[in-house]
Design a protein around this ligand. Sequence first.
Ligand SMILES: Nc1ncnc2c1ncn2[C@@H]1O[C@H](COP(=O)(O)OP(=O)(O)OP(=O)(O)O)[C@@H](O)[C@H]1O
Length: 311
Amino acid sequence: MSAAGIVVDGLRKRYGATVALDGMSFAVRPGVVTGLVGPNGAGKSTTMRVILGLDAVDEGTALVGGRPYRSFRHPLKHLGSLLDAGALHPGRSGRDHLLWLAHAQGLTARRVDQVIEQVGLAPAARRKAGGYSLGMRQRLGIAAALLGDPPVVMLDEPFNGMDPDGIIWMRGFLRSLAAQGRAVLVSSHLMNEVQDTAAHLVVIGRGRVVADAGLAELIAAASRNRVALRTTAAAQALRVLAEAGARVTGGGRDAVVVSGLSAEQVVALLGRSAVPFSEVSAHRATLEDVYLELTGGAVEFRAGAPSEVAL
Ligand SMILES: Nc1ncnc2c1ncn2[C@@H]1O[C@H](COP(=O)(O)OP(=O)(O)OP(=O)(O)O)[C@@H](O)[C@H]1O
């Protein structure tokens, strides 16, 4: 495997009785935005802290450009990260914060002004960071991550606190970093945040990878054997389909999504039992469907389950 980007291999970590990482392995390739997505508590932040050498693991390795992050003399030139946008001196201006970081890494004030421009923080750069909104702090954190012009960028929940304009900006910005050839890892617990941004997804649950694939591939896989059904005899249809092992979810009063059977199988089953229907068509899964399907068994905390018809 290429040494460029990030490679984590077999990470295991416990906090007392809690297993935070349970054999986590994946790679983050140059030129692509990789989304690290999973429910709260899945292990995203722990994985990122391990990559940065801030947390020790019980087993496994995490390499950046083929080396442990802590082995770099000027780490900002190898990996730029944003883990906690709140971690800055409130009385210091954004620009002074960056100057302080730059100085420690042998970087110039010119570079500081470049990254301020790049993230669109110029109008606020000389104001005290304590008065920044969370979205502005995120931009400042990203500016800090870019100071050393690193080939690898890693951001923990960068969409947090961003308004809709900020989210659109962030998506384009992350894509542009990848287009420059950088390896970009972005975590989120919300699937729709990484939509239009990440071309590759590492979906995690309970400390392990549950899917590691291209976005298009994941949607295609989740769309297979998903059928949209329109019928005025819903109860009868549900009974017949359930007997054949299908799962039926959501939809309106006469429209449901059937999982686990092909359109042909649904038509044959309904036909055999003389259940009337007006439409059976392939259902294209959404990112949210993919996420729920993959993490359904791995969610620690979930607010409101998806609408599911118990059969
Ligand atoms: N310092 C710690 N002490 C004890 N348990 C911890 C600690 N840090 C993380 N954990 C536990 O490890 C597991 C993984 O946590 P982690 O913060 O990595 O998840 P996450 O995917 O980043 O979640 P979130 O989306 O909520 O930030 C959770 O069960 C969490 O409670």
